[in-house]
Design a protein around this ligand. Structure first.
Ligand code: NAD
Ligand code: IPM
Ligand code: MN
Length: 356
């Protein structure tokens, strides 16, 4: 039996996970997917329960599960909670504790959604980019960090952007291998014109490239990459980048596909054990209204089936069902464009209908 842990989290997290759960139960009853579901608290909901955004019970369950599906964490209610106890820190800790260093964020345009993209339809036609984001290092985790008071009484905030060559090597291998399975083009994004850490990043990526000579490697500064993403996104196949640059570029890439509510992700360790999550946050502005788009979370199930559960046919089926629903003109508010919108629940039901 495959153990899947559901971590709904906060805001729209529980709403989108409820849809994903329906889909998983449907795959179990109709397609004989042998899964056992468990649920646990993370983020603000865990903090409310026990003053800890990643309780030991949740972490233990996560470690003993075969795969994890997370909604989202965070919200304004926790803005003044100390950094270590913030909901976001629960998410960062589970990523670090499980060594989920490879974050895959595919930005794919579903054909009939071109009108919902913020770019002209011809610029996003057939868009299919894979962003490979390093997830357990860089400035998110670098020490020293903090806020200190200088001798002159001025307060100073500081973080450390740090990567060692082993961290760069392992994420580069992941990106090259993915590029080999796609169009064999890898663009590594950095800030090597300013930062030593990027200078080393570039050097290491170049040396890993010696193992993958069939892949065309290029390098781009992150400011240019942000510009190129909205100028001519189809020039990219696989994009490799660090933790913070990847966070920013993937939100921008999401909008090319119509909405941040469409982008799934996989966060993998070196054995392809993974946590799967939409790239969006808890969207406090729309939480509790049954209007959030659950498709990013449902598409994250497809990634889970593909990368961790070796259920490639079922992964295709889930993606085809989402494609079908979109082709049928069903839309949540965020991608409605000229269509009338349906709710979160109804979208979940529509995917299940399409699977049937
Ligand atoms: P957000 O992604 O939550 O929302 C940004 C905008 O996109 C909002 O207008 C929201 O309504 C919209 N949106 C997001 N997901 C949507 C969906 N599925 N359907 C329709 N519209 C959607 O980002 P934010 O507002 O900057 O952050 C809100 C909270 O979420 C913060 O506490 C932040 O730290 C947290 N966050 C968590 C994660 C995560 O858990 N992985 C990711 C990003 C942000
Ligand atoms: C994401 C989020 C997280 C990140 C936050 C909530 C810690 O923005 O998953 O993209 O920055 O990684
Ligand atoms: Mn983000």
């Amino acid at each position: 039996m495959i153990k899947v842990l559901l971590l709904p989290g906060d805001g729209i997290g529980p709403e989108v996970i409820a849809q994903a759960k329906k889909v998983l139960l449907h795959l179990r009853s109709e397609y004989n997917l042998k899964i056992e579901l468990e649920e646990a608290l993370i983020g603000g909901s865990a903090y409310d329960d026990c003053k800890n955004p990643l309780p030991d019970t949740t972490l233990d369950l996560a470690k003993s599960s075969d795969a994890i599906l997370l909604g989202a964490v965070g919200g304004p209610k926790y803005d003044n909670v100390g950094r270590k106890l913030r909901p976001e820190n629960g998410l960062l800790r589970i990523r670090a504790e499980l060594d989920l260093f490879a974050n895959l964020r595919p930005a794919i345009l579903y054909k009939s959604l071109a009108g919902a993209s913020s770019l002209k339809p011809e610029l996003v036609a057939d868009l299919d980019i894979m962003i490979v984001r390093e997830l357990t290092g860089g400035i998110y985790f670098g020490e020293p960090r903090g806020i200190r008071t200088l001798e002159n009484g001025v307060r100073q905030g500081f973080n450390t952007l740090i990567y060692d060559e082993n961290e760069v090597t392992r994420i580069a291998h992941v990106a090259f291998r993915i590029a080999q399975k796609r169009n064999s083009k890898l663009c590594s994004v950095d800030k090597a014109n300013v930062l030593e850490v990027s200078e080393l990043w570039r050097e290491v990526v170049e040396s890993v490239h010696n193992n993958y000579k069939d892949v065309f490697l290029s390098h781009m500064y992150v400011d240019n990459a942000a510009m190129q993403l909205v100028r001519e996104p189809n020039q990219f196949d696989v994009v490799l980048t660090g933790n913070m640059f990847g966070d920013i570029l993937s939100d921008a890439a999401a909008m090319l596909t119509g909405s941040i509510g469409m982008l799934p992700s996989a966060s993998l360790d070196s054995n392809d054990k993974g946590m799967y999550e939409p790239i969006h946050g808890s969207a406090p502005d729309i939480a509790g209204k049954n209007i959030a788009n659950p498709l990013a979370t449902i598409l994250s199930i497809a990634m889970m089936l593909r990368y961790s559960l070796e259920e490639l046919d079922l992964a295709d089926k889930v993606e085809q069902a989402v494609q079908q629903v979109i082709a049928n003109g069903l839309r949540t508010t965020d991608i409605a464009d000229k269509h009338s919108a349906i709710g979160t629940n109804e979208m979940g039901d529509a995917v299940i209908d399409a699977l049937t």
